[in-house]
Design a protein around this ligand. Structure first.
Ligand code: GLV
Ligand code: MN
Ligand code: MN
Length: 400
């Protein structure tokens, strides 16, 4: 499976992946998914929100067990964030068939659309729409950096955008969703375990900071005459680091747009996107409040205006305790009693669905902890341990 999937959407310049929602690379990933389903005799369907499902057994029977993840990527992402969960899902099914087990519940493999939100700015669009956490109207207003709206992009990729919206009937058929994911930190490596179980996802969000000043000549405008939005923006980036450090949170400005973006022009606009996350909602509020306060002070000091817009927010996701304990018990049979149970600052479709259905996650060791980068890695042995763990979990849930 990796041999076919690895070249798709890979940049030869960076070695990273550029698999953005509803692009040609995304279509290739979807075709790969369909082919994997077909090769295994699974019934493949695309739901109203563009998520792909492959079924063994009839989901209409209800109480289905679903596993999978996403195939899209961040700009220059790694090979494993998302695809490891989908590849492992198909591999776990193969493993279970090899074991000759009998399935007592329908089993689904899913590829959620647009998990990273790299193109339209909002993460987990496919699962949010399905769970009713994003309305069709809100989704219709999303645009990419070229001004192409999500509905237009969907339509161009052959998907009917008028159909998008909540899908409670589909969710009602699912009794459990288990997402396997590469760990995006070093906890498993430090603990010496190949596989762990998730406890919770930190609350997190994205905020857009628009600093508007006055474009002018970089050579002739006296410093005292400038309204340069880059300066309060720079102060805000430093404040984000300071506030996050003080609170034990994380805060990142990883995307910035500058107008007119000329080397010899003072900018008229600096637009920066803040990604902030913390273990606790109050802490997150304090961090973002502190950053915004610093931004306003900086903007005032430089004669620049500031607008702050919260573009998305995901509250804390606590995974289903009974399902989590099931996973721990099942892994303990092969891994011993001290199965790691980890919280994470990374967002996942499993987190979105956790408010609607029993949901759990497995993490596979990442020796460097690096993710959202071409350097993301996992060893073949650990990936295989992940597949075995997922197969054990699915066997425990769907083959009783
Ligand atoms: C998704 O990977 C996120 O945590 O932003
Ligand atoms: Mn990711
Ligand atoms: Mn992911």
């Amino acid at each position: 499976m990796w041999t076919e999937l690895l070249p798709v959407g890979r940049s030869s310049a960076s070695g990273g992946y550029r698999r953005f929602a509803w692009t040609a690379a995304d279509a290739e990933c979807r075709a790969w998914f369909e082919e994997q389903a077909r090769a295994r005799g699974l019934a493949c369907e695309v739901d109203r929100n563009g998520n792909q499902w492959a079924w063994l057994g009839d989901p209409a029977a209800g109480n289905a067990v679903v596993t999978g993840s996403h195939l899209d990527s961040v700009p220059d992402g790694g090979a494993f964030d998302g695809p490891l969960g989908v590849v492992s899902a198909f591999a776990a099914l193969d493993e279970l068939r090899g074991r000759g087990v009998r399935f007592t519940r329908p089993l689904g493999v899913v590829n959620f659309g647009d998990e990273e939100g790299a193109r339209f700015g909002l993460a987990c669009v496919g699962s949010r729409l399905t769970a009713g956490k994003l309305t069709a109207e809100q989704a219709h207003r999303l645009t990419d950096r070229d001004g192409i709206s999500l509905p237009r992009a969907m339509e161009a990729a052959g998907h009917d955008p008028e159909a998008i919206g909540p899908d409670p009937e589909r969710l009602a058929r699912i009794g459990a969703f288990v997402e396997l994911h590469v760990e995006q930190g070093r906890a498993l490596d430090e603990l010496g375990h190949a596989v762990g179980v998730a406890s919770a996802i930190w609350p997190h969000g994205r905020w857009r900071f628009d600093f508007r000043g006055e474009a002018n000549h970089a050579g002739t405008t006296r410093l005292t005459d400038r309204h340069d939005p880059m300066l309060p923006y720079a102060e805000t980036v430093l404040a984000a680091r300071r506030e996050a450090e003080r609170a034990g949170a994380v805060a990142t400005f990883g995307k910035v747009a500058v107008e007119p973006n000329g080397v010899n022009a003072i900018p008229s606009l600096v637009r920066g996107w803040l990604d902030a996350r913390a273990a606790d909602q109050d802490v997150l509020d304090t961090v973002v409040g502190g950053i915004e306060q610093a931004a306003r002070k900086g903007a005032d000091g430089h004669g620049v205006t500031l607008d702050v817009v919260r573009e998305s927010f995901t509250p804390v996701a606590r995974f289903d305790h009974a399902l989590r304990d099931d996973l721990v018990r099942i892994l303990a049979r092969t891994d011993g009693p001290d199965v790691p149970v980890l919280g994470t600052g990374a967002g996942h479709d499993a987190g979105i669905l956790s408010a609607s259905i029993p949901t759990a996650m497995l993490f596979v060791r990442n020796p460097t902890g690096v993710s959202h980068s071409p350097a993301e890695s996992a060893t073949e042995d650990d990936c295989l341990a992940g597949v075995r763990a997922l197969a054990d979990v699915l066997e425990g849930l769907a083959c009783r």
